[in-house]
Design a protein around this ligand. Structure first.
Ligand code: NAP
Length: 246
């Protein structure tokens, strides 16, 4: 194990998590990556000296325990694994989709946090970054299942600030607007055409823009807690209002 402080990043096999691995590595962290697709994790880790990666399914308590057992100490936990599935109205809601969204975005975050909290505290300078969303602040038609889980992420982050005050653990929520990643592909069951339309006619954020925010909050002096950051593309004013040149 190197002398670098350690950052654990969930959902590091693509998008924001993968970009955060690169950014925190550059910022001087040893990164430990988790996700279900270990082939993708291997690709991300390949160029990052001392990076480690292990299979992780945050919806599976046994997997979370096994992953966290491989982490001897940790300074930063980025709870990034998550996503949306579907865009059905409440009238047409599909239980399986809502259950998956709750499991990965809410219970997954809780399981990882609960398990690593003692090690984060023992580090003497811990930091938890929860990746929320503007969907956690602004409801939109068809968004209820995803809105509900990202509103929950926001609530949990705020409760943790209250519960952990006085301990050496910073808590931050980073809430992106539109970022072009695999997010929309997952949301629309691999439908590339439908996913592409989400970003049509505007310049979305890229994963590196969010990684940049995460790197910035982590590298503030230890007494400075950035509570929350909301970041959207210039062309996006709210969850459902964007300027498109079509
Ligand atoms: P992405 O490219 O689809 O990445 C999602 C990551 O989560 C993948 O690495 C995926 O890895 C991982 N993941 C999914 N289920 C998992 C599970 N059960 N256990 C462990 N890892 C799991 O999308 P992204 O945009 O980077 O999303 C990252 C976070 O940003 C999510 O929390 C998302 O809700 C949030 N967000 C995204 C946007 C956006 O517009 N893109 C906006 C606001 C918020 P495996 O499939 O390999 O497990």
């Amino acid at each position: 194990m190197s002398e670098r402080p350690v950052a654990v990043i969930t959902g590091a096999s693509s998008g924001i998590g993968a970009a955060t691995a690169v950014a925190l590595h550059k910022a001087g962290y040893q990164v430990i990556l988790g996700a279900r697709r270990t082939d993708k994790l291997a690709e991300v880790a390949a160029s990052l000296e001392n990076a480690m990666y292990y299979e992780l399914d945050v919806t599976d308590a046994v997997s979370v325990e096994a992953f966290c057992a491989q982490v001897p100490h940790v300074n930063v936990l980025v709870n990034n694994a998550g996503g949306a599935w579907g865009l059905e109205t409440v009238a047409n809601a599909i239980d399986e989709k809502w259950e998956w969204m709750y499991d990965v975005n809410v219970l997954g975050l809780m399981r990882m946090t609960r398990t690593l909290l003692p090690k984060l505290e023992a580090s003497g300078a811990g930091h938890i970054i929860n990746v929320g969303s503007i969907a956690g602040r602004e409801p939109y038609v068809g968004g209820a299942g995803y809105n509900a889980v990202k509103f929950a992420v926001r609530a949990i982050t705020q409760v943790m600030r209250l519960e952990l005050v006085g301990k050496p653990i910073r808590i931050t929520e980073v809430s992106p607007g539109m970022v072009e990643t695999e997010f929309s592909l997952v949301r629309f069951d691999g439908d590339t055409e439908r996913a592409g339309k989400v970003y049509q006619g505007l310049q979305p954020l890229v994963a590196e823009d969010i990684a940049d925010c995460i790197e910035w909050v982590v590298t503030r002096p230890p007494h400075v807690n950035i509570d929350e950051i909301v970041v959207k593309p210039l062309a996006q004013a709210s969850a459902s209002v964007a300027a498109r040149k079509l």
